[in-house]
Design a protein around this ligand. Structure first.
Ligand SMILES: Cc1ncc(COP(=O)(O)O)c(C=O)c1O
Length: 409
């Protein structure tokens, strides 16, 4: 069954928004449009239950119920336990809190591996632990392919390795990494695998159990939802790491890595993400199945649609004489997040020209600063990034290709 694009687009008010008419959104890796369901939950929360949650009076009890439902519903989509999921303000803040916990958990001389393919959110917080007597090693990309290679990880792992932090999908290169294989290698060395899923999750919610990871984090504002970071922490890892919340909440797994009070409305609005994924699943014949079975079906619907649109874009950029396409030239195992530079043109100038023509693309280093440097690209100008998701149409991609052709010649 193919993705019903008309149905999908009808779920997003942005496509009916007069002020956005004529605009084509190709900066989805930065932030996706919000599903109507998300906007509905936020609106209802602010109108009906904008009180302190979890007391016994009706509005408060309803507020708490909504927040709990958001957590258990998203956890089910990820194949995680409800006690294994928590929300924080953003992925960067979630990794910051995890790093603080590790600071008190690790022993001097213990080793951490980070990559230079990652967004800085999954590097800096852990790399800074080098100042506390821990050894930080960098798993470097192949500078020609921009890929992380298994043999390089194997060479870095040792008996003191306690953590390997890497990305499911690069927000610049778009490569989908072999998470299970890398996590298994980390485990064989006695280390945890903490994985950044921010650039992957918009293309289909993953099964964190099947990935075999210890922590998995992503940002719901890129997954058609509110501005919240989702943090999966395996039950046993949660218990082993020291509490980062108030001392009297020590025994509550969902509070141990959320030092601040949560944003109640935004947590409740995560129900909108679950509603949206449910709506897609129901509409495509998956009604009645549990979320763990709906998730791969929806992922596959998204992927098939995205892949068909992605290959012509990759072909165009790969064959263009003035363009340096970053990353894989085949759509397999690649997200539709495509970065490039062009000879004789600054990336900023290209992005500005595309914006004038009605196309929103990203430009810069995308906080993958170390990666941009490793690839020999000026981090101040960076690359142009064209990123789309399943709600993007073939017409939009065709128009973009025509505009790119004009702009790059
Ligand atoms: C791959 C990746 N990881 C982490 C982040 C940081 O997410 P947040 O903005 O929620 O801190 C981003 C943000 O763009 C990202 O693209």
């Amino acid at each position: 069954m193919n993705l019903d694009l008309e149905f999908v687009r009808s779920q997003f008010p942005a496509f009916r928004e007069p002020s956005l008419a004529g605009f084509a959104h190709f900066e989805n890796a930065g932030g996706s449009y919000a599903a109507g369901q998300t906007i509905g939950w936020l609106d209802r929360y602010y109108r009906q239950t904008k009180v302190q949650p979890y007391y016994v009076f009706p509005a408060s009890a309803r507020a708490g119920e909504q927040m709990d439902a958001a957590k258990s519903r998203l956890a089910a989509w990820l194949n995680a336990g409800t006690d294994e999921l928590q929300f924080g303000p953003s992925t960067s803040q979630n990794t910051y809190v995890l790093a603080q916990a590790l600071r008190r958990h690790l022993q001097p001389g213990d080793e951490i591996i980070v990559t230079n393919q990652d967004h800085e959110a999954n590097v800096g917080a852990y790399a800074r632990l080098a100042g506390d007597g821990f050894v930080v090693r960098e798993w470097k990309v192949n500078p020609v392919t921009a890929e992380l290679e298994r043999k390089d990880l194997e060479a870095l792992l040792g008996p003191r390795t306690k953590l390997v932090a890497f990305t499911h999908c690069s927000n610049l290169v778009g490569s989908i990494n072999a998470v299970r294989e890398f996590a298994d290698l980390a485990h064989a060395a006695g280390a945890w695998a903490f994985v950044d899923g921010v650039a992957f999750a918009p293309h289909g919610l993953p099964d964190v159990r099947a990935l075999g990871v210890d922590a998995y984090y992503f940002s719901l504002y890129k997954v058609y939802g509110p501005h919240q970071g989702a943090l999966f922490l395996r039950r046993e890892v949660n218990a082993e790491l020291p509490n980062q919340g108030h001392f009297f909440n020590e025994g509550l797994p969902e509070k141990r890595f959320t030092p601040a009070g949560p944003d109640h409305a935004q947590v409740a609005a995560v129900n909108g993400v679950a509603d949206y994924f449910d709506a897609v699943a129901d509409h495509h014949g998956q009604g009645g199945k549990p979320p763990q079975e709906r998730a791969p079906a929806v992922r596959s619907l998204f992927r098939t649609h995205e892949t068909a649109l992605l290959q012509p874009l990759l072909d165009f950029l790969d064959q263009h004489p003035k363009v340096r396409l970053i990353g894989r030239t085949r759509a397999a195992n690649r997200a539709p997040t495509v970065s490039f530079t062009a000879q004789g043109r600054s990336s900023a100038a290209i992005a500005t020209e595309l914006a004038t023509a009605g196309f929103g693309v990203g430009v810069g280093n995308f906080y993958a600063y170390r990666l941009v440097q490793a690839l020999g690209i000026d981090p101040d100008d960076g690359a142009v990034r064209v990123s789309f998701v399943h709600y993007t149409s073939k017409d939009e991609v065709d128009l973009l290709l025509r505009e790119l052709d004009r702009c790059l010649n």
